[in-house]
Design a protein around this ligand. Structure first.
Ligand SMILES: Cc1cc2nc3c(=O)[nH]c(=O)nc-3n(C[C@H](O)[C@H](O)[C@H](O)COP(=O)(O)OP(=O)(O)OC[C@H]3O[C@@H](n4cnc5c(N)ncnc54)[C@H](O)[C@@H]3O)c2cc1C
Length: 445
């Protein structure tokens, strides 16, 4: 028997892969299937961002005089309906997983001791184990951080009403996404980042993203020495380079300062300083027959990476070797547009950019100058596509496929025969074509 700890993207995919191959698999999930991704993370951002984009899109049409009113979010209904949809998805995932033959046990923390798994009073000695226990929000140790009115992705569903003024702690993807969501809903949002905002984005793409956060008060390079209020939060004390101590009044705080591996029930295997399980190239841990996959092994904390690592671990158990190429994984930030990127490309690269074209989802953004952007980096030595950034409605899909093609060694000239759908908001292919022509001419001179 193979025991998988955790029914998130890493554990679920690994369990189904093994079961398909004829193995007897027990999946133990302490809480709900789908893990962070479905219950607290990606799908929550989708639910709230879809509503936020509808409202901000309608607001723009109202400003243009095309609509005669602006919709207002009914926050409690939004959270309630989101839960209903999550429950529907959980049922689909549960039956899809069981249909492959995986046995699922809910409601208990599985405890790993070397290669032995303890589930309540039951002790199991499986042939192999995959620990895919994921991550939890990393909560900074700030005095007052546990007051009422302070939320994180795991507790957001306890927010009963839309806050009038909310402070978001953090400067990464999660912080920017929630800042956009709450400001689109009409909250006054203050984002407080210990260092810079969205440091993963290149400066041009960051400028586009900042434009979409124009309603948000952004304080970078600012610490939070204390959170104020009696039982309930009333203000956040900030400490920046220009303003040594300033109170930001608020009725809620959302902590978006990152994630940390959840490995407190994993014993007898080697871990790193943040509790991340240390693994080899096939996700094998320091104990033979015990594997770890996904967020529990540390960053980058992305669902596709977690899924892939689960499959790599499962493949190794099946006696096969599959590698992970961490160089070409696309990432994105969802604001009014999707801001996706893969590799910045080195200084040797030719870098080109254009504003995002008008098309489905961006036509009415033309008057506001927020159609997004497309940027590519081409290595002139072999004309390979070395990096891209895309901001626009379909940026995530475009970036996924282009990064895959980058992994396969695509060169700019390959796009000479590219046939596109029109209208679309993909500025990337045209730019690569232009780069191909430019480099051919440049090389001929
Ligand atoms: C707000 C937010 C937004 C995000 N947005 C994105 C995004 O847009 N794109 C993206 O790619 N990623 C995103 N992520 C990250 C993504 O959710 C994670 O990378 C992904 O869920 C990791 O999958 P996993 O299987 O490794 O872990 P998890 O999804 O955390 O699943 C682990 C599971 O193990 C269970 N478990 C833990 N301990 C035990 C135990 N001892 N016994 C039994 N079960 C246990 C947990 O209950 C959980 O269900 C986001 C995360 C957050 C918080």
């Amino acid at each position: 028997m193979i025991v998988v700890l955790g029914g998130g993207p890493a554990g679920r995919l690994a369990a189904m892969h093994l079961s398909h191959a004829g193995k007897h698999v027990l999946l133990v999930e302490r809480d709900a299937i789908g893990g962070t991704c479905l219950n607290f993370g990606c799908m929550v951002v989708c639910a709230l961002n879809d509503a936020a984009r509808s409202i901000s899109g309608a607001r723009e049409l109202y400003q243009l005089g095309v609509l005669d009113s602006c919709p207002v979010v009914k926050f409690p209904a939004l959270i309630r309906e989101m839960h209903n949809v999550q429950e529907t998805i959980r049922k689909v995932l549960d039956s899809e997983t069981r249909a492959t033959g995986v046995e699922i046990m809910y409601g208990t923390d599985a405890v790993l001791e070397g290669k032995t798994v303890r589930i309540g009073d039951e002790i199991i000695n499986p042939d192999s184990v995959i620990a895919a226990t994921g991550s939890v929000p990393a909560i900074p140790e700030i005095p007052g951080i546990h007051k009422q009115g302070i939320y994180n992705p795991h507790t957001l569903s306890g927010m009963k009403d839309l806050p009038k003024r909310i402070v978001i702690l953090g400067g990464g993807v999660m912080a920017a996404e929630f800042a956009y969501i709450f400001s689109s809903f009409g909250s006054e949002v203050h984002l407080i980042a210990r260092s810079g905002l969205l440091k993963l984005l290149d400066p041009k793409q960051l400028a586009v993203a900042r434009k979409e956060l124009k309603e948000v008060f952004i304080c970078e390079h600012t610490g939070v020495p204390e959170i104020l209020g009696e039982d309930r939060v009333t203000a956040v004390m900030t400490c920046g380079t220009t303003n040594p101590r300033e109170e930001v009044p608020c009725d809620a705080v959302f902590v978006a300062t990152g994630l940390r591996p959840r490995s407190e029930h994993l014993h007898g295997i080697e871990k790193g300083p943040s509790g991340e399980v240390l693994v080899g190239p096939y996700m094998e841990t320091s104990v033979k027959g015990v594997y770890a996959a996904g967020d529990v092994t540390g960053p980058p904390y992305l669902t596709p990476v977690a899924r892939h690592e689960g499959i790599v671990a499962a493949e190794h158990i099946l006696g096969r070797r599959r590698n992970i190429n961490y160089r070409y994984f696309p990432q994105s930030v969802n604001l009014a547009n999707e801001h996706a990127f893969c590799n910045p490309g080195g200084d040797e690269c030719v870098k080109m950019g254009v504003p995002g074209p008008a098309g489905p989802g961006t036509f009415w953004k033309v008057p506001f100058g927020t159609t997004g952007l497309a940027r590519v980096s081409i290595d002139p030595s072999d004309r390979s596509v070395a990096g891209l950034s895309a901001s626009g409605p379909g940026a995530g899909i475009i970036s996924s496929y282009i990064s895959f093609l980058m992994q396969k060694g695509i060169i700019a000239d390959d796009f000479d025969d590219f046939l596109e759908i029109h209208p679309e908001t993909d500025g990337v292919y045209g730019l690569i074509r232009y780069a191909s022509d430019y480099l051919k001419e440049h090389n001929q001179e």
